[in-house]
Ligand binder design. Structure first.
Ligand code: S3P
Length: 191
């Protein structure tokens, strides 16, 4: 059985809010890699970028992902790895090592949204998202550029869900449906 659902995708596509809902509905643990990084570093992400640079943040992100996917604890009932929903930061999948680790651990679902929807959702919180400040471009233009730059990385996900016109509850339902469908297909005996 697949015991990890990994939510990834561009900033402000709802990964954390939806991840929380999915975990609650399945009765699984929920972990947000950005939160883990902030807790481990003892400072906000924007400060990690400003004081130590993006490479340090990416190293912390990779270490955090490795720690989560290699968690040795097992479910006492099933003997499988602990079931968990993991939300990653928007740039995590760009590093092929992260992508490989996450795909080995479970099903990787990429949340996406139209650039104008993301710009509206980000609003003033753009100042807390260092990748959106790069180049000093108008917000929507920067979102389009970064999305295009990352398109190949996001395409490595197992499933993509466009959240533009969906509520977090609807996105959570789609995720659970996709997960159940995949598990059923995996269990079906081959002819
Ligand atoms: C980043 C996304 C952020 C955070 C960091 C870098 C990115 O997470 O990890 O600011 O490179 O896209 P969210 O996607 O949760 O905002």
């Amino acid at each position: 059985m697949t015991t990890k659902i990994i939510l990834t995708g561009f900033m402000a596509t709802g990964k954390s809010a939806v991840g929380h809902l999915v975990a609650k509905q399945l009765g699984w643990r929920f972990t947000d890699t950005d939160r883990e990084i902030v807790a481990r570093a003892g400072k906000p992400i924007a400060t990690i970028f400003a004081e130590h640079g993006e490479p340090r943040f990416r190293a912390l992100e990779r270490e955090t992902i490795a720690m989560l996917v290699n968690d040795p604890r097992l479910c006492p009932q099933s003997g499988n790895p602990l079931p968990e929903v993991i939300s990653t930061g928007g740039g995590a999948l760009v590093d092929e090592r992260n992508c490989a680790m996450l795909k080995r651990a479970g099903i990787v679902m990429c949340l996406t949204a139209r650039p104008e929807v993301i710009a509206a959702r980000v609003g003033r919180s753009a100042t807390r998202r260092p990748k959106l400040l790069e180049g000093n471009l108008p917000l929507e233009e920067r979102i389009r550029d970064l999305m295009a730059e990352r398109a190949a990385a996001y395409a490595r996900a197992d499933i993509t869900i466009d959240t533009s016109d969906l509520s977090p509850v609807q996105v959570a339902e789609r995720i659970i449906d996709a997960f159940v469908a995949r598990e059923k297909a995996r269990c079906r005996p081959s002819a």
